[in-house]
Design a protein around this ligand. Structure first.
Ligand SMILES: Nc1ncnc2c1ncn2[C@@H]1O[C@H](COP(=O)(O)OP(=O)(O)O)[C@@H](O)[C@H]1O
Ligand SMILES: [Mg+2]
Length: 154
């Protein structure tokens, strides 16, 4: 399943994240691919809003993982950017537990922790910016649990 969605502003991206949050479930994994400044963290902020996370979601670059426990669905926000040059044996910081855990995992820079990720189960979102500063969010997955996301609403 594939779908492309465009946003013109940061607010539209937050709104997209909010809508998307309705289709997340326990154990769901969302991979956010795209360059620095593409809008990965902004989309995550929108997802957090949708899930009812009250804390401010910031880029977890210096923490790698931030956990937001809340009433609906726990949100695990991972930014693997700083793990690029870390040898595989040192990356085992408990990521598997949150990636296949009791909440949803939103992962920026998933390519740096690909050994922990089941790409077939994940919702892969690739963000690109065109020459007019329009963001394109390409959503793709083979996981039928995300069917609703592709059938409706967005
Ligand atoms: N349509 C848009 N969607 C998301 N961010 C946008 C958009 N247009 C401009 N921006 C700006 O681009 C930046 C995106 O930053 P961020 O979400 O932190 O990116 P990333 O996490 O991918 O590095 C923000 O400063 C935001 O205000
Ligand atoms: Mg970011």
């Amino acid at each position: 399943m594939i779908k492309n969605i465009k946003t013109n502003t940061k607010e539209e991206t937050l709104e997209l994240g909010k809508k998307l949050s309705n289709f997340l479930f326990k154990g769901s994994v969302v991979l956010l691919c795209g360059d620095l400044g593409a809008g990965k963290t902004t989309l995550t902020k929108g997802i957090g809003k949708g899930l009812g996370v009250e804390e401010e979601i910031n880029s977890p670059t210096f923490n790698i993982l931030k956990c937001y426990f809340n009433k609906t669905l726990n949100l695990y926000h991972i930014d693997a950017y700083r793990l690029e040059d870390v040898p595989e044996e040192n990356k085992n910081i408990g990521l598997e537990e949150v990636i296949d855990g009791d909440g949803c995992a939103i992962i920026e820079w998933p390519q740096f922790i690909s050994e922990f990720i089941d790409y077939k189960k994940a919702l892969i979102i690739t963000i690109t910016i065109d020459e007019n500063n329009v963001r394109n969010f390409k959503l793709e997955t083979e996981n039928l649990k995300f069917e609703g996301l592709f059938a409706g609403l967005l």
